[in-house]
Design a protein around this ligand. Structure first.
Ligand SMILES: C[S@@+](CC[C@H](N)C(=O)[O-])C[C@H]1O[C@@H](n2cnc3c(N)ncnc32)[C@H](O)[C@@H]1O
Length: 223
C-alpha cells in the first residue's frame, strides 16, 4: 500500500505543484482512508448552507472538486447540473466515476484548472461552491478573486474556509469587507458548519484535527 496521507501532509504543500503531487498520491484512498474513516461531512454543511441561502439549483460550479463529494451533496439536494474544477487529474478522474442512482454522471463537466491563475471562463456560473480547498497550505484569499470572476452577476457563492485560517491570519475576512466596500460583492456573511460528524475532527493520528473541526462558510453574491 502507498504511504498513508495524513492531515499534517495535507496542510503542508506550499505551491500548486506540491498540491497537485499530494493529491495525485491521495486520490485512490481519499474517500475511504480520509472521508469514511473520519466521518468527514464538510461537503454536506457547505452544500446545505449554499441552498439555504438561495443558491442556484440550475447550474453550480464546484471549485476544488476533488473526488466529487460536493457534487454528490448538491445533486442529492436537487441541483440539476454541477461542473467541477480541480488541479489534480487523479482527483478529477475519481469525480468522473461518481454517478447518481440511475447511472447519470454527477458532474456535467470536469476540467483541470489551477485556481491560483486568472480564469479563462468568466461571468458564467449562477452558483459556486467549495469545500476543503481554502485551507492550510492550499488556497488563500487571493484566489477568491479568480473564483469570483467565474461567477455570473448576482450569482451566489458559498466558500468553505478552514475556521482556524479564517479567524487567525488568513486574510479572508479582510477580503470579504474589501470586496463589499469596493462594490464587487453584496450580501456577504459567514456561517460555521461541522467538518466531522463526531465534531472532534480527525483524531489520534495527528494533533491538527480538533483545531480544524469547524469550517467557516463565506456566503456572498457577485455584484
Ligand atoms: C481537501 S480536498 C477537497 C476536495 C473536495 N472538495 C471535498 O470536499 O472532498 C482539496 C482539493 O483542492 C484541490 N486544489 C488544491 N489547490 C488547488 C488549486 N490551486 N487549483 C485547483 N484545485 C486545487 C486539490 O487538488 C483537492 O482535490
Amino acid at each position: 500500500m502507498a504511504d498513508a496521507v495524513k492531515l499534517t501532509d495535507a496542510y503542508a504543500p506550499k505551491s500548486p505543484e506540491a498540491t497537485r503531487e499530494l493529491y495525485e498520491r491521495w486520490a485512490e484512498s481519499y474517500d475511504t482512508d480520509f472521508v469514511e474513516a473520519h466521518n468527514y461531512e464538510y461537503h454536506h454543511g457547505v452544500a446545505s448552507a449554499f441552498l439555504a441561502a438561495g443558491g442556484s439549483t440550475d447550474l453550480v460550479l464546484d471549485v476544488g472538486c476533488g473526488t466529487g463529494l460536493v457534487g454528490v451533496a448538491l445533486r442529492s439536494r436537487g441541483v440539476r447540473e454541477v461542473h467541477g474544477f480541480d488541479i489534480s487529474p487523479a482527483m478529477l478522474a475519481k469525480a468522473a466515476e461518481k454517478t447518481l442512482d440511475e447511472g447519470e454522471p454527477v458532474y456535467g463537466e470536469l476540467a483541470e484548472v489551477d485556481l491560483t491563475l486568472s480564469p479563462t471562463q468568466r461571468d458564467r456560473y449562477p452558483g459556486i461552491v467549495s469545500a476543503g480547498t481554502f485551507t492550510h497550505g492550499h488556497l488563500g484569499p487571493d484566489s477568491l478573486d479568480n473564483v469570483l470572476a467565474m461567477a455570473a452577476s448576482g450569482g451566489l457563492l458559498a466558500i468553505g474556509v478552514n475556521s482556524q485560517l479564517f479567524n487567525d491570519e488568513g486574510g479572508f475576512g479582510q477580503w470579504l469587507s474589501d470586496a463589499a466596500q469596493a462594490g464587487r460583492i453584496t450580501d456577504g456573511r459567514v456561517e460555521t458548519v461541522r467538518v466531522y460528524a463526531d465534531g472532534l475532527g480527525a483524531t489520534q493520528d495527528n494533533d491538527v484535527g480538533a483545531a480544524n473541526a469547524s469550517g467557516t462558510v463565506m456566503l456572498f453574491r457577485k455584484a
